[in-house]
Design a protein around this ligand. Structure first.
Ligand SMILES: *Cc1c(COP(=O)(O)O)cnc(C)c1O
Length: 380
């Protein structure tokens, strides 16, 4: 129950153990088409350029930036946690300028600040932001931020590593131009693959670049020779065959559950955990309307050695929870309810073991009430 990787369903690890066939094998090529189709379903998009990048979420981030940004461009980067800082790094390493819109950690990106910034920088080309900030547990309003960006003629790059599968995400309806995600958060798959999607507007920008994409490996023009529609399926790199079996199975499971049901399950389980946490007398850092159901930042009671709590949960109860980062370090625990980890048995394990450890350490919490509060919420 950390901030990812989440628990991997046994069906997914079993899929991974299938024999490794060639990356040009017709059976494998057929599976590639299914993966692309199922990713379109997950992202709620018709974008043809919707593919899994053969590397973790950070490579999906880099793929969006290196393909869309050229040296000298101005990119507005909204930062309200760790991952916005990485976007800035990406922009600067390309030789472009990052214009920062900063919000407090634990708060969503402020649309008014974005609007003001875009008025001051009319030549900005792209707006980039994180939909679900895993480092804090805050969710930003992607639809509104995209509307503002488009009003000022900017393309959008959206980090959906933690939102995909866990919270509402509608790439076409919200007109997101480029988006990347990861496999190990709410898709509950093994780490190492990054689904990305680019719409026609973004593809147009990539086609009309003045300079070569600085990364050979991530250049979508080359990658599409292997992954693209009607592509020759020419060798670009050896696809991570078994990791893609795993992603395929994860996406089959997402379709079986239904994406809306998956969003709802994440919300229902978050509400049950919340009921227990609050009954214990602990509270949440992020204001309710912006709280991520899949990543719960919970305040640490006074006088408690937070690292010792995490270590005891791990060694005595086999339960991992995450530490706070940046300005929230030492102030919060980050409890993940992502993908296959988001289920009732984990809520009860977390509440009961946290209560036991905190009580023994002499923390000022309410005991004997958390489990029934969670149960009441689950059956409501
Ligand atoms: C996990 C995460 C990433 C990075 O993904 P990796 O697979 O670790 O490279 C990027 N952005 C967000 C919001 C994340 O939660």
């Amino acid at each position: 129950m950390g901030p990812g990787p989440s628990d991997v369903h046994p069906r997914i690890t079993a899929a991974m153990a299938r024999p490794t066939i060639g990356h040009l094998d017709p059976v494998f090529v057929g599976m590639m088409d299914q993966v692309k189709e199922m990713l379109q379903y997950a992202f709620a998009t018709q974008n043809t350029l919707t593919i899994p990048v053969s590397a973790p979420g950070s490579a999906g981030m880099e793929s969006c930036f290196v393909n869309l940004v050229e040296p000298g461009d101005k990119v507005v980067v909204c930062q309200n946690g760790v991952f916005g800082g990485r976007m800035k790094e990406n922009v600067e390493r390309i030789g472009a300028t990052a214009i920062m819109v900063e919000d407090e950690w634990g708060k969503p990106v402020d649309p008014n600040k974005l609007e003001e910034t875009l008025k001051s920088f009319p030549d900005a080309k792209i707006v980039a932001f994180v939909h679900a900030e895993t480092s804090t547990g805050a969710q930003s309003d992607a639809k509104t931020l995209c509307e503002i960006a488009h009003k000022h003629d900017c393309l959008t790059i959206v980090d959906a590593v933690t939102s995909l599968g866990g919270s509402e995400l509608l790439v076409d309806d919200w007109e997101i131009d480029a988006i990347y995600s990861g496999t190990q958060k709410c898709l509950s798959c093994t780490p190492g693959i990054s689904p990305v999607s680019f719409n026609d507007r973004a593809v147009e920008v990539i086609k009309n670049r003045h300079t070569k994409v600085q990364s050979w490996f991530l250049d979508t023009n080359l990658v599409m020779g292997y992954w693209g529609p009607n592509a020759a399926r020419a060798y670009h790199h050896t696809a991570p065959i078994n990791a893609l079996y795993a992603l395929h199975e994860a996406l089959v499971m997402l379709q079986e559950e239904g994406i809306k049901n998956s969003w709802q399950r994440h919300m229902d389980n978050h509400l049950a955990l919340r009921a227990g946490i609050e009954a214990m007398g602990l509270s949440f850092v992020v204001d309710e309307p912006h709280r991520l159901p899949q990543l719960n930042s919970v305040t640490i009671p006074d006088g408690v050695d937070e690292a010792q709590v995490r270590s005891r949960l791990l060694t005595e109860f086999n339960l991992e929870i995450g530490a706070g980062l940046g300005s929230l370090a030492g102030k919060v625990w980050r409890i993940g309810l992502m993908g296959h980890s988001s289920r009732a048995e984990n809520i009860f394990l977390c509440l009961s073991s946290l209560e036991a450890v905190l009580n023994e350490m002499g923390a000022d919490i309410n005991t004997g009430v958390a489990l029934s509060a969670a149960q009441k919420q689950l059956s409501s």
